[in-house]
Design a binder for this molecule. Structure first.
Ligand SMILES: CC1(C)S[C@@H]2[C@H](NC(=O)CCCC[C@H](NC(=O)C[NH3+])C(=O)[O-])C(=O)N2[C@H]1C(=O)[O-]
Length: 349
């Protein structure tokens, strides 16, 4: 069934709305069967006043989780990993329950507590306490294991960054290489993603980039420039840097079947309920839009940056959007409108 014609004017309207709601800048790129549409409004740098553009790189937060899932699904294709094997088979003694499988981890059904709940209970102090810190994967997992599990293994969906820290540990153990190397060799270089980097623990974003501005918990308090950070609290759960163009290239390649076998892509799309009008597969979200169209991708929230990166089922239409603020639920919710404009067109409610 053909998609409705995209509503590019509607894209601009959504971005102008999120600026009014507190984002210094916002941008979006829509790739539609070879045609490209852009929208960008506001500023990338509040000190210089430079305007934001789709050539700006930014931190993609949990859209990183798709990268980690793709590497593990490729390892499954290479028979180096079984999705239904216990994590402890590959990382002996890591987890307190041998019943937790790789699939449970990639679908947020492991029950592992999300250590960021405590870490970022107070937004700015929590961020300032970790922005230059370098954690080991094991330190992050230990933080999680100090709290009760949220469900039995294979139980209900319960989002947890810990799961994709474990995914990073699996990648490094099964390949003998750093996550950075595996992202580069398996995804970034083959797709020629020139704006995409995994530089942990370096704090700078290379080249032209949008600065990120964290909204404090206290209403009316000044935005905090959160651009430079190690993102060591997230790593394989959220530390990739990219651009709207590269994210569209990546999602189109994934959903077009160019990164894994059909069998693994099907495994990635075995859905469990994960909230209103959305499900979670393996490192991948599915959202049902108002016009009945479903889109596939991930959202991201890292200090100073909200990202939406979604595509149609066949990957031939993709939308990546960025607002350079975070801890602002109004902005995060409004950005959903970019998906409605891109995939439902003018009929979007
Ligand atoms: C589920 C999400 C939205 S949150 C999750 C992950 N980001 C985090 O877990 C960091 C949350 C704290 C970030 C901070 N918020 C606070 O400190 C609040 N006290 C802010 O907004 O900058 C990511 O990215 N995911 C998004 C996803 O997967 O869509």
């Amino acid at each position: 069934r053909a998609l409705p014609k995209p509503d590019v004017t509607g894209l601009w309207t959504v971005l102008r709305t999120v600026r009014r709601q507190g984002a210094p800048g916002a941008m979006a790129r829509l790739d539609d069967h070879g045609a490209v549409h852009w929208a960008a409004t506001g500023i990338a740098d509040r000190r210089t006043g430079r305007t934001i553009s789709n050539t700006d790189r930014f931190r993609i937060g949990s859209v990183t989780k798709i990268f980690s899932a793709v590497v593990l699904l490729q390892l499954a294709d290479e028979k180096k990993l079984q999705l239904d094997a216990p994590v402890n088979r590959y990382l002996p003694g890591l987890l307190p329950d041998d019943r937790i499988t790789v699939r449970h981890v990639l679908s947020h059904r492991s029950g592992l507590h999300d250590y960021t709940n405590e870490m970022f209970a107070r937004t700015v102090p929590g961020f300032e306490a970790v922005r230059t810190k370098v954690f080991t994967y094991r330190q992050l997992v230990e933080r999680s294991l100090s709290k009760p599990r949220t469900t039995r293994p294979g139980g209900a969906y319960s989002y947890s960054n810990t799961n994709f820290v474990v995914a990073g540990m699996l990648i490094e153990k099964l390949t003998g290489h750093a996550v950075r190397t595996e992202y580069k060799n398996r995804i970034i270089d083959p797709l020629e993603l020139r704006d995409t980097f995994y530089l942990h623990p370096a704090t700078k974003i290379p080249g032209r980039h949008a600065r990120g501005y964290l909204t404090p918990d206290t209403a009316g308090a000044a935005l905090v420039d959160s651009t430079e950070q190690t993102v060591s609290w997230a790593q394989s759960a959220g530390a990739v840097i990219s651009s709207t163009r590269d994210l569209n290239t990546f999602l189109s390649a994934l959903l077009g079947g160019r990164l894994t076998s059909r069998a693994q892509l099907d495994q990635m799309q075995r859905w469990v309920p994960s909230g209103t009008n959305q499900q979670y597969g393996l490192g991948l979200r599915r959202r049902h839009l108002s016009c009945g169209v479903s889109v596939y991708g991930h959202t991201g929230a890292v200090q100073g940056y909200y990202t939406y990166a979604f595509a149609s089922k066949d990957g031939r239409r993709s939308l990546a959007a960025l607002a350079n603020t975070s801890n602002n639920g109004t902005v995060l919710n409004s950005m959903l409108g970019t998906l409605e404009s891109a995939f439902c067109g003018k009929q979007a409610k």
